[in-house]
Design a protein around this ligand. Structure first.
Ligand code: GCO
Ligand code: MG
Length: 403
């Protein structure tokens, strides 16, 4: 088999997505997600200008060799742009291989390890009362795990509080909007939020929370400790993890389980966190961490240390990533949970998919490949529209801080 052509499809049905489509001389095609929120065109150019010319004529069945060729061969390793581009290729190649085998991708990976993939949804509110209502609504919809985020009194706009209830979308402006932040206000408010949420929802629902890299390690330690009585499933991204060592301080102080990794792109970003058992869940996912081929490597390392997977699944990860991730999740032995933020109907129409949700669990479906396709004619009706993630400034003096 040979790759005869490949192209990048950029479309914005509600939000921007970058999709790579690979075609072969045997008529089989595959697609991969290569979306990098707010930096989409950089990945598109990386693929079109630098990767696609090297793919033509290669055997698409040699997934490992092509992965190594793109990673080692570029000389310039790692980074979100490179790794999202490699992920796009890798996902499309696994799609082709599974279609050639006439199997859903999870079968090729080793078959299913569970009956379904537990997912968590996002309950967001402008205040505690509204967040509690949202959590109960998610419980009503069948979710077994729910992430709760709430506005903070005295702060204008806060991470995680959406414009609509079902479709939280952080890339909200043509140029970055500005949010304000106060760690003191947030740390006072959040334990009260979880006290109310836990009391309302009962003991059996898994609760999660995302601090979006806003705390220092000692502040994170304080939050973890304060949340212990409410038994969180995980506390996510408390502090930036460029310095993996910084999680040691948090770990020394709290038994609240820790998750991190949605912005990581290789195994090197999480090696120390995993080997030193400083985290409980690793959040790398297919599109930003080099595709199925590399994600599998991270998961295997994590398994040695009883760290479980908890892949990122926000709306900026396209349905193509979601389909691939669900196949991965159904197989991976050390699965923890999968994030699931629903896409809009417009997005779902452009990306018809075999996956489904029922009673808090998802299933990738039985279609050969990863089970997601793209309607190119429909995609063409939604041209790229520049959109950025916000930036964040300290409320008291305007210092730029982590968003
Ligand atoms: C999450 C995330 C996202 C990110 C987004 C950035 O946990 O789902 O933090 O909402 O902010 O993916 O592009
Ligand atoms: Mg997050």
């Amino acid at each position: 088999m040979k790759i005869t052509s490949a192209k990048v499809i950029i479309c914005a049905p509600s939000r921007n997505f970058v999709t790579l489509k690979i075609e072969t001389d045997e008529g089989l095609t595959g697609i991969g997600d290569a979306t990098l929120n707010g930096r989409e065109l950089a990945v598109a150019s990386y693929l079109t200008d630098h990767v696609i010319p090297c793919l033509i004529g290669r055997d698409p069945q040699q997934i490992e060799d092509i992965w190594q060729y793109l990673y080692k061969g570029a000389y310039w390793r790692r980074g979100p742009v490179t790794m999202s581009a490699i992920a796009g290729v890798d996902t499309a190649l696994w799609d082709i291989k599974a279609k050639a085998a006439n199997m859903p991708l999870y079968q090729l990976l080793g078959g299913k390890s569970r009956t379904g993939v537990m997912v968590y949804g996002h309950a967001n509110g402008k205040d505690i009362t509204q967040t509690v209502e949202e959590v109960l609504r998610y419980k009503e919809m069948g979710y077994k795990a729910i992430r709760a985020q709430s506005g903070v009194p005295g702060l204008e706009k806060v991470y995680g509080v959406g414009r609509g209830t079902m479709f939280y979308e952080p890339a909200d402006a043509d140029l970055p909007s500005e949010h304000d932040w106060s760690t003191e206000k947030y740390l006072r408010h959040t334990p009260e939020l979880f006290e109310k949420v836990r009391a309302a929802v009962g003991p059996d629902i898994h609760l999660l929370h995302d601090a979006h890299h806003r705390l220092t390690p000692i502040e994170a330690a304080r939050l973890g400790k304060d949340l212990e009585p409410f038994r969180l499933f995980w506390l996510e991204d408390t502090t930036p993890a460029e310095n993996q060592e910084s999680f040691r301080l948090i770990r020394q102080h709290t038994t609240t389980p820790l998750a991190v990794g949605e912005i990581f792109n290789t195994i090197w970003d999480c090696k120390d966190l995993i080997q030193n058992q400083l985290i409980d869940y690793i959040r790398t996912t297919v599109v930003h961490a080099g595709g199925i081929t590399h994600l599998r490597r991270i998961a295997d390392l994590a398994a040695l240390y009883q760290v479980r997977t908890g892949s990122h699944g926000a709306t900026d990860l396209s349905p193509v990533c979601m389909g691939a991730a669900l196949n991965f999740d159904l197989w991976v032995p050390n699965f923890g949970i999968q994030e699931y933020m629903r896409h809009t109907d417009e997005t779902d129409a452009v990306f018809p998919h075999a996956y489904s949700f029922k009673d808090g669990y998802m299933h990738p479906g039985e279609a050969p490949g990863h089970g997601v396709t793209i309607d190119e004619a429909l995609a063409a009706k939604y041209p790229y529209k520049r959109a950025y993630l916000p930036v964040n400034r300290l409320q008291h003096d305007g210092t730029l801080t982590n968003w």
